[in-house]
Design a protein around this ligand. Structure first.
Ligand SMILES: O=C(NCCNC(=O)c1cc(-c2ccc(F)cc2)cc(O)c1O)c1cc(O)ncn1
Ligand SMILES: [Mg+2]
Length: 214
């Protein structure tokens, strides 16, 4: 039977990256996506911007919406302090199965909790299930029409506190117009756009960083 792109991406990691070395896993995926097959990871250019925001926030609790193959999960988790926890939600079981193996190859499974299911179902359950009160950082990279409803849901569930930082991928391409309008016009957010490119291409894209003001 034919392999899938996520399976071929995992094989490239197992072939070219060193177990326990997150940077080599990130490099192996970027090489694969640049030279073999494009895939929808945040990528190296936007990844550097994400790294700088994560390092600045130095979060103890992180929520990632949309794991895909675990590329941004590995990037973020590799920058976290020892006691920090990253929860990543993935709806697609095939993506989740690959991501678990990529995260394990990087040696980051102790910092990461991958949860399979829909963000809309899981967001209201996180506090009781994982003993987390609020998130210091949220990375939005899942279905683009879920960014706004899930942000409103996180507000409603009290998962954001004064100073929580939201980082949203793909606000230009594929685009998240309703989310952008909301975080840029709401008095509850201070928003900033970091211009970049769609992963591994010359098309414009960027990250939107929004600080929740409470
Ligand atoms: O597709 C699921 N998630 C990925 C969300 N992410 C994206 O869709 C995404 C897309 C693009 C992109 C950009 C240009 C283009 F021409 C094609 C795709 C880039 C990105 O950086 C993304 O992040 C999915 C499936 C499923 O069955 N269940 C739950 N989620
Ligand atoms: Mg993305």
């Amino acid at each position: 039977t034919q392999s899938t792109r996520p399976q071929r991406l995992l094989s490239a990691v197992q072939k070219n990256a060193t177990r326990g070395n997150p940077r080599s896993v990130v490099r192996a995926i970027d090489e694969f996506c640049r030279h073999k097959e494009w895939a929808m990871n945040v990528g190296d250019e936007k990844g550097c911007i994400l790294d700088s925001i994560v390092s600045e926030v130095n979060p103890v609790t992180v929520l990632e919406l949309g794991t895909y193959c675990g590329y941004s999960t590995v990037r973020i988790a590799s920058l976290l302090p020892p006691n920090a926890k990253l929860i990543t939600l993935e709806f697609n079981p095939d993506f989740a199965a690959i991501a678990r193996q990529v995260i394990a190859w990087a040696g980051l499974q102790d910092k990461v909790q991958l949860v399979e299911g829909s963000s809309g179902d899981w967001i209201p359950k996180i506090q009781e299930q994982f003993g987390i009160n609020t998130f210091d950082l949220v990375f939005l990279d899942h279905w683009k029409d879920r960014y706004l409803p899930d942000t409103k849901l996180m507000e409603k569930c009290g998962l954001l506190r004064k100073g929580s930082v939201l980082v949203a991928d793909n606000v230009i391409c594929p685009g998240t117009p309703d989310y952008l309008e909301y975080v840029r016009s709401s008095p509850c957010y201070k928003s900033q756009y970091f211009i970049s490119h769609l992963e591994y291409t010359k098309a414009e894209d960027g990250l939107e960083k929004s600080v929740f003001l409470g």
